[in-house]
Design a protein around this ligand. Structure first.
Ligand SMILES: Nc1ncnc2c1ncn2[C@@H]1O[C@H](COP(=O)(O)OP(=O)(O)OP(=O)(O)O)[C@@H](O)[C@H]1O
Ligand SMILES: C[C@H](N)[C@H](N)CCCCCC(=O)O
Ligand SMILES: [Mg+2]
Length: 247
């Protein structure tokens, strides 16, 4: 099985977690991985730069993914550090943003602010820093103030982040995984590995689907995540050495 080059455990390792679609388990898998890293003695932080689907609270908008990532990180992070850009409606973020801009209630998203938030978290020097995307790889962010079309993948590309691809195991995932992997690699990024997330444990030919993906993807399979009641309960599914995380 192909393996990525493993790095010595020096400095921070940051990863961008993407998925074959929205709702495939990026947050669930990220929280499990953060728990695995914490158990192995690593300090951890997480970033959810853009969220859509938030509760309105007296402290501002709160997104469930970001709250879970904040809780799963073992260094103290303020909510706004984890999730600087949040939209109330559970829709494509660029549409939520355009709607606010049209009502003069918001500004276009600027990639530079996503980079600034990332740099601020990176400066905390956790051993591991996970960035969860939103939706799939090519998530649009809309046009910036200069009319330039932006995508969340542009951020990962500029930061040269290795990518973890979460594959929600259900019919159709092979095509989605292959297209996503092709796009990531054509964007010049390395896929550190992929995760088989058992969204539908009764999927016919589940094992054969995983084997097909192992055969067709060049990146290594990092973990098989069973359907479980909590990310914490599946944290032992990872072999952290595969991500170059060695204590
Ligand atoms: N292995 C699993 N076992 C049990 N529940 C899971 C598992 N993976 C995901 N889920 C559940 O499926 C739903 C979607 O997962 P999750 O929120 O992690 O998806 P996502 O890819 O992060 O979605 P989004 O694009 O909104 O960020 C959640 O309710 C989550 O708890
Ligand atoms: C609201 C949802 N759970 C996600 N946070 C946003 C998913 C956006 C998908 C956009 C698209 O690619 O069509
Ligand atoms: Mg999520």
């Amino acid at each position: 099985m192909p393996r990525i080059d493993t790095q010595p455990s020096q400095g921070q390792q940051a990863f961008f977690v993407t998925g074959t679609d929205t709702e495939v388990g990026k947050t669930f898998v990220s929280c499990a991985l953060l728990a695995a890293c914490a158990d192995a003695g690593f300090s951890t932080a997480a970033y959810k730069p853009v969220s859509a689907g938030c509760e309105v609270t007296p402290n501002g908008l709160r997104n469930e993914d970001a709250l879970q990532l904040q809780q799963a990180s073992n260094i103290a992070l303020a909510y706004n550090e984890v999730n600087p850009i949040a939209f109330e409606e559970p829709i494509a973020p660029h549409l939520a943003c355009a709607n606010l801009v049209a009502m003069s209630k918001g500004q276009p998203i600027e990639l530079s602010s996503i980079h600034r938030g990332f740099s601020a978290l990176a400066a905390k020097q956790s051993d591991v820093l996970l960035v969860e995307g939103a939706g799939g790889w090519r998530l649009p962010l809309g046009q910036n103030n200069n009319g330039q079309e932006q995508f969340l993948s542009d951020f990962a590309i500029a930061e040269k982040l290795p990518v973890i691809l979460v594959v929600g195991m259900r019919l159709g995932c092979i095509n989605h995984a292959l297209l996503t992997a092709q796009a990531i690699e054509q964007d010049g990024l390395k896929i550190a590995g992929w995760v088989a997330n058992m969204l539908e444990p009764d999927m016919p030919f589940l094992e054969e689907n995983i084997q097909s993906l192992q055969h067709l993807l060049t990146a290594p399979l990092l973990a098989r995540i069973p359907k479980a009641h909590s990310p914490e309960s599946v944290k032992t599914s990872f072999e952290l050495q595969q991500l170059g995380l060695i204590k």
